[in-house]
Ligand binder design. Structure first.
Ligand SMILES: NC(=O)C1=CN([C@@H]2O[C@H](COP(=O)(O)OP(=O)(O)OC[C@H]3O[C@@H](n4cnc5c(N)ncnc54)[C@H](OP(=O)(O)O)[C@@H]3O)[C@@H](O)[C@H]2O)C=CC1
Ligand SMILES: O=C(O)[C@@H]1CCC=N1
Length: 275
């Protein structure tokens, strides 16, 4: 439950901002304490109509009295966006960047000074208050601002503080990009369920409920996922046949390659976009 109501400005009103704003408003964060900027009028209208928040196309103006500025633009435009903001931050608001692959050094450099900055890697399930965020703070962030960042992200899911900035890239590969891996598995299971003869809606409902049920069981159980898997796998039965097929195709190696690739891409972006 959020008690204080810091003024929160989102720079960029796209997918991730929409998930965070939707989750916050649903949770009871006052819509009139939230402003989002976006160059596209249609995006601003959609945010205003969906959530009742304030919108603007003027970044410096929207930041002038913000307590927290949440940077939610694509990494590729971050430099020009921050250079345009530098003069509007004399009141030293807390800056939270959710951009993948933009280092603390780049953020501080583009903002033109030592400001309190938290790097955060959230994920889109924030929209349904089931988000997962990794957070890393620089030395300028006060204990109060740390608590504020935590309060905002905790309203839409779980929060893990990180000791090392490099771990943000790992969080990106695990939970930032992670929803897409599960969505892909759901797409595939649903498609094959249909190929095997189920009506589309039946395949969809069974696939999604199974994903939800497995995640809830894994979260609520006192045994680990491997044991839960073994409990589904009757010797000589149907699950065993399916799991052996995944193992003979080395599913783990494929996941390792994919997740290493995601983390590596975050590091590449950090050096490509650094200057
Ligand atoms: N999507 C995800 O699952 C996650 C994304 N992130 C990070 O979140 C950030 C945003 O990603 P995502 O939401 O997917 O991207 P989107 O492209 O959906 O959102 C970015 C928004 O910023 C707008 N924008 C562009 N220039 C400006 C500007 N000068 N001022 C204000 N707004 C501007 C864009 O408008 P227009 O389209 O008109 O250019 C767009 O609406 C990225 O840095 C990404 O790394 C982090 C975790 C998860
Ligand atoms: O794909 C991306 O780059 C962003 C970061 C994590 C999820 N989406």
């Amino acid at each position: 439950m959020i008690v204080s109501k810091p003024k929160l400005t989102f720079i960029g009103g796209g997918n991730m901002a929409t998930s965070l704003i939707g989750g916050l408003v649903d949770k009871g964060y006052p819509a009139n304490a939230i402003t989002a900027t976006d160059p596209l009028e249609a995006s601003r209208l959609k945010l205003a109509q969906s959530f009742g928040i304030n919108t603007s196309d003027n970044n410096p103006q929207a930041c002038a009295d913000a307590d927290v500025i949440l940077l939610a633009v694509k990494p590729q435009v971050m430099k020009s966006v921050l250079q345009g903001l530098a003069g509007a931050l004399n009141h030293r608001p807390l800056i939270i960047s959710i951009a993948a692959g933009i280092s603390m050094d780049s953020l501080a450099g583009w903002l033109g000074g030592e400001l309190p900055i938290v790097r955060c890697m959230p994920n889109t399930p924030a929209l349904v208050q089931t988000g997962a965020s990794g957070l890393y703070a620089n030395s300028q962030v006060s204990a109060e601002q740390k608590a504020l960042a935590e309060q905002i992200l905790q309203a839409v899911g779980i929060v893990c503080w990180l000791e090392n900035e490099a771990d943000i890239d790992v969080v990106t590969a695990v939970s930032g990009s992670g929803p897409a891996y599960y969505f892909l598995v759901m797409e595939i299971m649903q498609r094959i369920g249909e190929e095997l003869g189920l009506p589309e809606e039946v395949a969809r409902q069974l696939t999604l409920q199974t994903a939800l049920g497995a995640a809830r069981m894994a979260l609520e159980s006192d045994v680990d996922s491997a044991e839960l898997r073994r409990r589904v796998t009757s010797p000589g039965g149907t699950t065993q046949r399916a799991i052996e097929t995944f193992e003979s195709g080395d599913l783990e190696a494929l996941f390792r390659k994919a997740m290493n690739g995601a983390a590596e891409r975050a590091r590449e972006m950090a050096s490509e976009l650094a200057d």
